[in-house]
Design a protein. Structure first.
Ligand SMILES: [Zn+2]
Length: 231
């Protein structure tokens, strides 16, 4: 038997042993590392977070479990069809989180979970790190709009409440940061906004800001559609 085969055999035996230990209940996989356990928004994201987020997209009950682990005040909304091309299914109305919002907004459950992950693990830490003050409020331009992508004949993710346009933030010390005014440059406000964009790229499927095109000069568009992009 070659060395390579011996190593492979040892790895296989170790995996079988580990599997048996889990099956027999000798060893319990922590929920954060169990791919079948619901996503817990409070836990630090790990290699399985993306998988869990994709899994709950088609499973309303699983999605609600994740949402209930988040620091969100929300109301589940009945499915509706405001327009035949803009179905609203498995959505919630988000009223508040650890932050206040410029207005409550409608969101698909998976967008709401991705937002909660983003706020908890990226947005609020970025404010503390770059601006030295907690965030108290997020301003947005809305989530649901039954329309196409600008200059295209494809429906926007906004048409199903699967996208949010983030415009700015209020800090506990009274400062107000907006994408429109503070994106450019290398001051703490600009560094904060770029950290926010990078954090959004980790949590949402698509994140588009001023670096993408002029239509996004004053907001960060985030969505949970199929098309992955980070600009
Ligand atoms: Zn948008």
């Amino acid at each position: 038997m070659t060395i390579a085969r011996l190593i492979l055999l040892c790895v296989l035996l170790a995996l079988v042993g580990f599997g048996l230990a889990v099956w027999q209940g000798v060893y319990r996989v922590p929920p954060a590392w169990n791919p079948w356990a619901p996503l817990d928004v409070q836990q630090p994201p790990n290699l399985l977070t993306g998988h869990k987020l994709r899994r709950l997209q088609d499973d309303p009950a699983l999605c609600r479990l994740a949402l209930d682990s988040a620091e969100l005040r929300y109301t589940p909304m009945p499915d509706s069809l405001p327009d035949p091309t803009c179905p609203l299914t498995n959505t919630v109305r988000i009223e508040a989180s650890a932050l206040r919002f410029s207005a409550p907004f409608r969101a698909t459950c998976s967008l709401a979970v991705a937002y909660a992950l983003f706020e908890t693990h990226d947005l609020r830490p970025a404010a503390e790190a770059h601006l030295g003050s907690p965030l108290v409020r997020l301003d947005h331009f809305g989530s649901f709009a039954c329309r196409n992508i600008a200059r295209s004949n494809r429906r926007s993710q906004h048409a199903t409440a699967n996208a949010l346009d983030i415009a700015g933030f209020h800090l506990a010390d009274g400062r107000r940061i907006t994408v429109a005014r503070h994106w450019s440059g290398d001051d703490p406000e600009a560094r904060f906004l770029r950290a926010v964009r990078d954090g959004a790229c980790r949590r949402f499927r698509a994140t588009l800001g001023p670096d993408y095109n002029a239509a996004h000069h004053d907001h960060l568009h985030v969505d949970m559609g199929r098309f992955g992009i980070c600009r």
